[in-house]
Design a protein around this ligand. Structure first.
Ligand code: SF4
Ligand code: SF4
Length: 190
């Protein structure tokens, strides 16, 4: 009984690391797809939005009590329409094209990018919120400059947790914290 489920699954004959990764990818893409489909229905049919509000509350704030985040819902609704408008114009608020099967991430890959040597706050963004302001994210608390959705499902499964991936991402939002690792260094870190 003390055996971990992950360990138990490895004893089955169909198990190999390739299958495990395929199962993971299926899980990540299914969760993303469900979130996107729920968002589409919830932003077009108000009743559906109300029904799913605890799920969205959990995905965005890590808390099923959706009534505690009432002030965010109208802003998020407008934001979804804003993103839709941008996509119709052939633009995107986000810099990272996200494959549905990509793993969720809580921090960017430290190769090929690294913290800029002039950035004094280490891994922390300190009081900077440039990238969030530039995309007009309604989850940015104006008073504190903090992300209300930090490390949530949405944050890890979509663009925020993995930003930035390369110098183009960094330049797009004029991020002062990250820089692309010089190519010689990239090879050394592999
Ligand atoms: S980090 Fe938070 S505030 Fe910034 S864009 Fe992502 S969800 Fe919005
Ligand atoms: S622009 Fe860079 S430093 Fe500023 S909040 Fe975004 S990731 Fe952090």
């Amino acid at each position: 009984m003390g055996q971990d489920i992950g360990e138990a699954i490895k004893t089955y004959p169909f198990y190999d690391s390739g299958n495990a990764l395929r199962i993971k990818k299926l899980q990540w893409s299914s969760l993303r797809l469900m979130f996107i489909i729920c968002t589409v229905f919830s932003t077009t049919i108000v009743v559906v939005g109300c029904l799913f509000s605890p799920v969205f509350s959990y995905c965005l704030f890590g808390d099923f009590r959706s009534w505690r985040y009432l002030r965010f819902w109208p802003r998020l609704l407008v934001y979804v329409y804003y993103l839709f408008y941008l996509s119709l114009k052939g633009e995107s608020a986000f810099s990272i094209p996200l494959p549905l099967t990509a793993p969720p991430m809580s921090a960017p890959k430290l190769n090929p990018i690294q913290i800029h040597p002039d950035w004094p706050h280490g891994l922390s963004c300190d009081s900077c919120s440039k990238c969030c302001s530039k995309i007009k994210c309604p989850l940015l608390e104006k008073t504190t400059g903090k992300c209300k959705s930090y490390n949530s499902f949405y944050w890890r499964y979509f663009n925020c947790g993995r930003y930035p991936e390369n110098q183009a991402d960094i330049d797009r939002f004029e991020c002062p914290k990250w820089m692309e690792t010089p190519s010689g260094e990239t090879e050394r870190l592999k």
